[in-house]
Design a protein around this ligand. Structure first.
Ligand code: MCN
Length: 760
């Protein structure tokens, strides 16, 4: 935090300025663009989970009505997609993902060939005429089975299905001195991101040989670079921009094979080509999230003090080690959470299986780590016959210990975990909820209450981000950002940052984003990074520009710059003499406009660490096994807040997705690796009717790692909610002898557990 001007731009409730076109249906999505002369692409996808391709013949499809072209991997000769950074060394090209399957298919849904036709219907009909011959190979679905000797190998050349591995700590008995050790195995199930709008791209070959790619994405620069590298072009020759994006949740963070293929065929045909995914294709070919098996041993003394944590995690990568490394690395980084863990031994394996590739999904490793710890704390408390709140309090890192370097290498900036816990208990009326629970238990009601708590910390805001500010001759303040909003309200919050400084109304502020030609460079929006990084870059640039404007105004007013102030109406005048003033437009128009611009990247070396405490109340029907989420009370601390309304909206979205993982959602495959959840009738994504009205609150613990004192908030709801809801359901079942249940806590899983508990 720096000065008083910073304080004045923070904390204001402002309605989202991006909403009217979305609500009126006038905001353009990829599927709304195109029109006359635009060809449609459809993909031939593997129906086999694992096999050797002996033939891909598109000749019959080429004869089908309306078909313009059809291509196989060999026809297009595209370079493989680059692997995302891995924590255990440089990329391994031998594990790379091809844009179209070449000699092997590795999951059901993998694209094998593309058909391009005059209409979407013609393209979809024609893919039936592509002949694909595949010699089936044994498939493997379960990541633990993939580790067994003799398991089918996806990449025989590497000799195992372990695609990456990291080890943190170890080399000693980390449980030494423990009076009790709890051991458990948890499964953090695979889920699907299900954005409102599936994947899509529209590519126009331009007369100068470059490509204009309209892509539904979160990171246009990354998409640009990947398309360029697969096509062997210079990044400058590929122009990517994102129109309205119907959600991404981490899964639209990079280029998909389909984007690259559509760009390649548009270039080859010299005609615009569009590809829009169906929902079923989306559930197959968009990356899934989570998918981690955790084996833990947590040791503590009799008073509840943790002495050490031993963990082995196996994270699913899906069929390629492509984007999965991020979740593995982040879950490892956050493995000790809000607690003082003096000794740690963590082995993290990333394993390939014959399933859709896995990538970041809201939280990307943070919810997995939080769920692991919060279940472990509950089990430890039970073992010690202690209140789990007391176990948490005993092990929390204290506010005076920050900055704090964890054994996983994270550098926590600031925090007050106990304050968040106290706040959530107070807001929830914890004592009254406990009383109600006791009454139901005593009466033997078939509707038992469960109360679940999670206390968590997560990482946000890593890497650099670009922000620029300039003043147009008419006085409009133009903000340019490398962030790429797709629901987070950046147009509103970044407008607030500059309108608060310049005292200009929102209509005089224009935000430029999500376009590789309109923005000099950038990274994009994921990892709860944009508010603090792009926001700080914008704030810094705006501060410089304001100072220059004051100097130019001083010249115009023939006064000393130190005497110039900006009034509430945005006019510059000598303090105490408002009658003689100049507007920002006059300052810009007076020739100063050239100087009224500044830009740069902002980075914080170690990220920031938002935290919170969530409390869930569930009602479990012990006769049917149905768990109803009755309340979800959340205290989230993301440091200083620009816009409380936006922050609450972000938390609401995250809570819904966290609760959905706890109760409903799971991507399921059969033992032959056939996906069973390929429609929204099978994949149980909840509607608003299945969720309560969330109760959101905050504590404010600023960071010193950026000038705004902000931390991220885009993921925190997801990080805390799943663990709290899971704990609540298990708490309701505790009197029946249930010790642990994995998510999703479906009626059948709960009912079965109750039946088994009854017979034990
Ligand atoms: N903000 C604020 N004060 C803070 C922190 C943030 O006012 N202390 C504001 C920011 O200015 C921004 C919003 O809150 O307008 C979210 O900021 P931030 O936490 O920086 O997150 P990002 O903007 O980087 O968004 C990414 C995050 C992630 S990782 C996922 S996944 C996610 C999410 O945002 N996907 C979403 N929210 C989503 N919301 C929608 N509608 N759709 C998605 O796909």
């Amino acid at each position: 935090m720096d000065d008083a001007s910073t304080v004045s731009i923070l904390g204001h409730r402002v309605d989202r300025r991006e909403d009217p076109p979305l609500l009126r249906g006038t905001a353009p999505f990829v599927a709304d663009l195109g029109g006359e002369g635009v060809l449609s692409a459809a993909f031939v996808r593997s129906t086999v989970a694992h096999g050797r391709i002996s033939l891909v013949d598109v000749s019959e499809a080429l004869e089908a009505p309306g078909v313009v072209a059809a291509f196989t991997a060999d026809d297009l000769g595209l370079a493989d997609l680059p692997e995302w950074p891995r924590p255990d060394g440089p990329p391994r090209p031998e594990l790379a993902r091809p844009c179209l399957a070449r000699d092997r298919v590795r999951f059901v849904g993998e694209a094998i060939a593309v058909v391009v036709a005059e209409t979407e219907a013609a393209a979809v009909d024609a893919i039936e005429h592509v002949v694909v011959e595949v010699a089936e190979l044994p498939a493997v679905v379960d990541p633990l089975a993939a580790l067994e000797p003799g398991a089918p190998l996806l990449f025989p050349g590497i000799g195992s299905n372990v695609a990456l591995s990291t080890v943190l700590g170890g080399g000693e008995d980390v449980l030494e001195g423990a009076d009790v050790v709890v051991r458990a195995r948890f499964v953090n199930q695979r889920v699907a991101p299900v954005p409102m709008e599936p994947n899509g791209a529209l590519v126009w070959p331009l007369p100068d040989g470059t490509l204009e790619c309209v892509v539904s994405c979160q990171a246009p620069f990354g998409v640009r670079n990947a398309i360029a590298s697969s096509l062997g072009k210079q990044p400058a020759d590929v122009w990517v921009h994102a129109p309205a994006v119907g959600g991404g949740f981490g899964a639209k963070g990079g280029a998909y094979p389909e984007h690259v293929v559509v760009a390649a065929v548009a270039e080859r045909l010299g005609r615009p080509v569009r590809y829009i995914e169906t929902r079923s294709e989306n559930l197959l070919s968009m990356t899934h999230g989570r998918g981690q098996v955790q084996q833990i041993a947590l040791g503590a003394r009799l008073d509840g003090t943790i002495v050490g944590l031993e963990a082995r995690t196996v994270t699913e990568m899906g069929a390629y080690c492509w984007r999965g490394a991020i979740s593995l690395a982040t879950s490892s980084l956050m493995a000790t959470g809000a607690y003082r863990v003096p000794r740690l031994s963590l082995t993290a394996l990333g394993v390939v299986t014959n399933t859709s590739p896995v990538g970041p999904y809201r939280g990307a490793g943070r919810p997995e780590a939080a769920a692991m710890l919060e279940r472990a704390i509950e089990l430890l408390a039970e073992e010690l016959a202690m209140d789990s709140l007391e176990v948490r309090r005993r092990n929390f890192l204290r506010p005076e210990e920050f900055p704090y370097r964890t054994l996983t290498g994270a550098s926590y900036d600031s925090g007050d975990y106990e304050r968040a816990l106290d706040a959530v208990l107070e807001h929830a009326g914890y004592a009254a909820v406990l009383e109600e629970q006791a009454a139901r238990r005593a009466s033997g009601s078939p509707r038992q209450l469960g109360i679940g708590i999670s206390t968590f910390v997560e990482v946000s805001g890593t890497g650099p981000e670009y922000g620029g500010v300039s003043v147009a001759p008419d006085g409009t303040v133009v903000v340019t950002t490398g962030a790429s909003p797709h629901g987070q309200g950046h147009e509103t919050t970044f407008t607030q940052l500059v309108s608060g400084l310049f005292h200009v109304p929102a209509e005089r502020v224009r935000i430029v984003h999500s376009d590789t030609r309109a923005v000099p460079h950038g990274i994009g929006t994921f990892g709860s990074r944009s508010g603090q990084l792009a926001g700080s870059a914008v704030h810094r640039a705006a501060t410089v520009v304001l100072e220059r404007a004051r100097r130019a105004a001083a010249d115009l007013l023939e006064a000393a710059v130190g005497d110039i102030v900006v009034g509430d109406d945005g006019r510059f005048f000598v303090a105490g003499v408002p009658a003689r003033s100049v507007t920002l437009a006059e300052v810009a128009g007076a020739g100063g406009a050239g100087e009224l611009e500044a830009d740069g990247d902002f980075a914080q070396e170690e990220g920031t660490y938002p935290f919170g405490a969530h409390l869930a109340v569930v009602e479990v029907d012990t006769e049917t096994g149905k768990a109803r989420l009755a309340r979800l009370v959340a205290v989230d601390d993301c440091g200083q807040v620009i816009n409380p309304t936006i922050v609450e909206g972000q938390v609401h979205g995250g809570l819904a997705q966290g609760a959905a993982q706890a109760l409903f959602e799971e991507v399921v495959y059969d033992e032959l690796a056939n996906p069973l959840t390929t429609t929204l009738a099978d994949y149980a994504m909840p509607a608003a009717s299945e969720l309560p009205s969330f109760e959101t609150h905050e504590t404010v613990t600023p960071t010193t790692r950026n000038p705004l004192g902000m931390k991220g908030v885009g993921e925190s709801g997801t990080v805390g909610a799943a663990a709290a809801v899971q704990n609540a359901v298990i708490d309701a079942l505790r009197p029946f002898g249930v010790r642990h249940l994995d998510m999703p806590l479906t009626p059948s899983r709960i009912w079965t557990a109750l039946q088994q508990a009854g017979t034990d």
